[in-house]
Design a binder for this molecule. Structure first.
Ligand SMILES: [Zn+2]
Length: 236
């Protein structure tokens, strides 16, 4: 797999594209490095390449925060853990599932015809998937401040244990995970375990202050990202 170069997207924050999913490196105040999500299984090698491109040794990776249990976010986790020794942080509900090897639960489409077609293409509402159990060392509660300074936001909907993260840097950097996407424009995610809950989570996030939004799927949104979330998600 060809090398991927992390792109700086905020102060001490780097986005690494692994095909259709992005992961992020975040520098903490003490010179340590954190990873948000671990991408697909074949992407683990690129994460190792990303560390090297940032001039980092594997042991400098202090931890991996998982936004949720889907395979395109945790597929590379076992390899990254083995390579770096980093521990894993996740919300309790998705952490419990990860320990059982669950990589996906029953899904329903987001609003609109296109999203229904995506869910059908993925195997329909009964789609669930499994993999090897993953050790999660740290369970994260809503509002908790993570060791690198980001606040954890429990944002259920896409999955029951979905986390977004708000880093108080550069006027606020929001790691959206799969709570929303930003391909051609800012939009709701294609698939949900619970659509209504997902929309509630988006309205809550839209009430926060952040200048930059970073998506697992899609392009960074800046500046005034919170205003754009409010315009898109606050109504009804
Ligand atoms: Zn997902």
């Amino acid at each position: 797999m060809k090398a991927a170069i992390p792109t700086r997207v905020a102060t001490g924050v780097y986005q690494l594209g692994l095909g259709f999913v992005n992961v992020f490196f975040v520098e903490d105040d003490e010179g340590g490095l954190w990873l948000i999500d671990a991408g697909t299984e074949p992407g683990a090698e690129r994460i190792g390449g990303g560390l090297r491109a940032l001039g980092r040794a594997p042991k400098e990776l202090r931890g991996v925060v998982v936004t949720h249990l889907h395979g395109d976010h945790v597929g590379g986790l076992a390899a990254v853990k083995a390579h770096t020794g980093a521990e894993v942080w996740a919300q309790a509900e998705d952490a419990a599932a990860l320990r059982e090897g669950v990589r996906g639960r029953t899904l329903e489409p987001g609003p609109g015809v296109v999203r229904s077609a995506i869910v059908r293409a993925l195997g329909g509402r009964a789609a669930t998937s499994a993999g090897d159990p993953i050790a999660v060392e740290h369970e994260v509660a809503d509002g908790e401040t993570l060791p690198f300074g980001a606040a954890a936001l429990h944002t259920p909907g896409h999955t029951a244990g979905h986390l977004a993260l708000l880093l108080p840097r550069d006027g606020g950097v929001l790691f959206v995970g799969d709570a929303a996407t930003n391909f051609l424009r800012l939009g709701v995610g294609p698939i949900y375990e619970d659509v209504d809950e997902g929309l509630r989570s988006l309205r809550r996030v839209a009430g926060l202050q952040f200048e930059t939004a970073l998506f697992s799927h899609g392009r960074p949104l800046a500046p005034q990202a919170a205003e754009r979330f409010r315009a898109r998600f606050s109504g009804g």
